[in-house]
Structure formats: C-alpha cells, structure tokens
Design a protein around this ligand. Sequence first.
Ligand SMILES: [Mg+2]
Length: 265
Amino acid sequence: MTRPITSWLSDMDGVLVHEGVALPGAPEFVRALRDGDHPFLVLTNNSIFTPRDLRARLAGSGIDLAEESLWTSALATAQFLVDQMPGGSAYVIGEAGLTTALYEAGYTLTSADPDFVVLGETRTYSFEAITRAIRLVQGGARFIATNPDVTGPSQEGDLPATGAVAAMITAATGRQPYFVGKPNPMMIRSALNRIDAHSETTAMVGDRMDTDVVAGIEAGLRTFLVLTGSTRPEDVQRYPFRPTQVLDSIADLVDRVPEWAAGPA
Ligand SMILES: [Mg+2]
C-alpha cells in the first residue's frame, strides 16, 4: 500500500538552482510546500555556507526560503558530533558554514589535542592547516569530513572539494574519515529528525542517483529524480536501484504536492 507524502526533502543544486539561477518550477515548488504546511528541508552537501548565507543566495535567485528550511552537511556534521560527544572539541578546516555550526552546537574549536579533526569545504586550504590536521589524526584525533565529493562546480571548471583533501590526509595518515554528507543516509535521517518527519511519509527529490536517490532509498524514503542536474535519462538504468519516479524537472511536482499529501487515489 502506498502511503501519502506529507513531508519533503529536496537537494538544492541541480534541483532548485543551477549556478545561481532558479530552475523551472523551483520557486513554485517551495511555495506549494509552504502553502500546504508541509514540513520540508532543502539539503546541500556543501559545507561552506551558513543557512543565512544560503537563504540570501537563494533569495537572489527568486527562491524564498527561511534559514530554518536549509540543512547543510555542516549542520548534519555538528548534529552528529553532538550526538557522539556533547561538548567536545574539534580542529576544523573549513569555512563559516562549518565553524558556525560547530560553535552553535557547543563545540570548542582548538588545535590543541581536539577530540575530532573535522574537514569541510573551503577555498583556502593551507599547507600548515593540512599538516596540523595530519599530525592530530596521527595523534589519535577522530577524523570526520562533511562530505565525500571530490570535486565541486565553478564557472571555470571543477574545483577540488572536501573528498579530495580528505584523500590527501588519508594518504598521509592511513586513516579514513567518516563522511557525514550524502550518500550517507545519516544526512537524510538527521534532516528527518530536524523536521520531525517520518521516512514512510517523506519523499526525497534529487538530481543524482549515486547520492540523493541512494541515500533516500537507504533511509526508507520515496525518491524523485529530476533531470535538470547531472543525470541523463539513459544513465538511470545503469544503477542497481531506481527512484520512485523520474521527472523532467521539479516543475512536474508542483501541482502534485497536494495529490501526494491526500494519499493514493
Ligand atoms: Mg544536486
């Protein structure tokens, strides 16, 4: 039996926006969720920005969202660390998105004998910071990274991302990080907890099979793949799992939010 979908999680890049421009139907989709009082979060593996930064960037694209409606891998990482060790300490390589999340979660940021080394996305990696992280991991600090993506997009081409820098620290230390962001279903489960939603009545919308869809499936959600991002229709069948539905864009979901909430016909 098919249960209604009353709560929604949506990936951000490739679903709602692409390089600062709203994708078709994105503002309307967010409005439909808000008008219908549906709990929802917009997810991103990018840990650079705070929810406030992201809210402003999305507003510039014509997508009107509250800060509270954004769930980043930095927030998920902070939540994970608090669950693991409340009041702990961390040496952080990352930007405001990550340092703010950890600080607000009650963590002490220090380079002196921290409980964790936490690696996030940044545009300003320094040799000194990476050397410090390597020595701390060698000394027993637990190694956490916000997301496993090895590259990120820019208008000039790919940029090295968190996963690539993590690989350097792994090569030097022999220690693998625990990655919190997608495809780890931890990212989805922490988002569900945040909005008090249940997996059976929540759907995940994404543009990638190997992150959004697989993480959604593993967390027990129904999944919608949109083709406005990095996946082509012919790619879908190469995976050993499939989304609940494949859609051209999120515009195809706008009118169906109330239908899904009403449950199966
Ligand atoms: Mg995406």
